[in-house]
Design a protein around this ligand. Sequence first.
Ligand code: TRP
Length: 325
Amino acid sequence: MKKTILSGMRPTGRLHIGHYVGALENWVSLQGDYQNYHLVADLHVLTTTTTTTSIDAHTLEMVMDWIAAGIDPEKSPMFRQSQIKEHSELFLIFSMLITKARLERNPTLKEQVRDLEIDNMIYGHLGYPVLQAADILLYKGNLVPVGEDQLSHIEITREIARKFNQEFGPVFPEPEPKLTKFSRLPGLDGKAKMSKSLGNTIYLSDKPEDIAASLKKAVTDTSKIRKNDPGHPEVCTVFTYHQKFNPAETESIAADCRTGILGCVDCKKRCSAAISDFFAPVRERRAPYEANPGLVREILAEGETKARKVAAETMHQVHDAMKIG
Ligand code: TRP
C-alpha cells in the first residue's frame, strides 16, 4: 500500500513563487508515489487572530494556486480542517496527552511570540502543534513535507502518537518530516525570505508584465553600479532566481556578469522572461478557476467527503482503543 503524505498550509491568500519552490513543487512531485492529503488549516488561523472575514477568500485563492501548481484533485483530496469535525475531537483528546511545559518549550512558538510581540498568549495558541498533530494523525500520515520551522511540530506529533499508542494501543504511525531541498527563495529586496508581509514577492498568479515590473525593482549586487562593472553572482538575488528558473543559461550569465559584459538591466529582463515561461503552465491551469471559483468550492466539497470518511474511520479506532463508545 502507498504511504500517506499529509501536508497543510494556513490560508493566507495567493501564494508566491517562494511557496512553489519551498512546498508546492515538492507536493506535486510526490503525488504519484504516495497518497496525498492537502489540508487548509483554517482553524489554525484563530491562534493569532479573531478576524475571520478573509478566511474564505484566502482559502479559495490558495487552493486555486494548489491546483494551478499541479495538485490533481482526483488523486489528492484538498479539504478544510474546519469542515471535518474529527479534527476538533482528536485535538481535544490529544490535549490530554501532552504537558503545558512541553508545549512551552516549542521553539517555533517562542519565535512567534517574539515576532508578533505576544504578551498574553491564548490557550489555543499554546496548543497549535496539538491541533497539527490531529491534522496529521487523523489521516495516519507517514510523511509530512515541511520547512525547517515546522520540525518542532512534527516532533511533538511523534511524541503524541507514541503516548497514545502506549496508553491505549497501537493506532497511529510516527510520522516523519520531509524537508525540501531548495527550500528558500530570497525576496526581491534581497531579504532571506520571500514573504507577503515584507511585500517582496512574485505571485504565482502574476502576469508576465507584473513579473517584469517586479524584477526591475529587484536588488542585485550592490557593488555593480555601472553596466559594465564586474559583478558577483553569488551575492545577487536575481542570480538565485536564474539558478532556479533558468538553469540552461545560468553558467553563461554568471560568467558574463563577472566580466561585466552583462549589465543588470539585461540580466533582469532575461530573468523575468525565464520566470514567466516557467510559470506559464501554472497560469494556464489557474485561468478556468479564476473565471469560476465555484469549481474550487466543488473540489473542496469532494475532498471533504473523502477526508471525512478516513477521519471517521480513524476516530472509530480511537474510540475502540480508548474503550469509549
Ligand atoms: N503549521 C503549518 C504551517 O504553518 C500549517 C499546518 C497545519 C500543517 N496543519 C498541518 C502542515 C499539518 C503540515 C501538516 O506551515
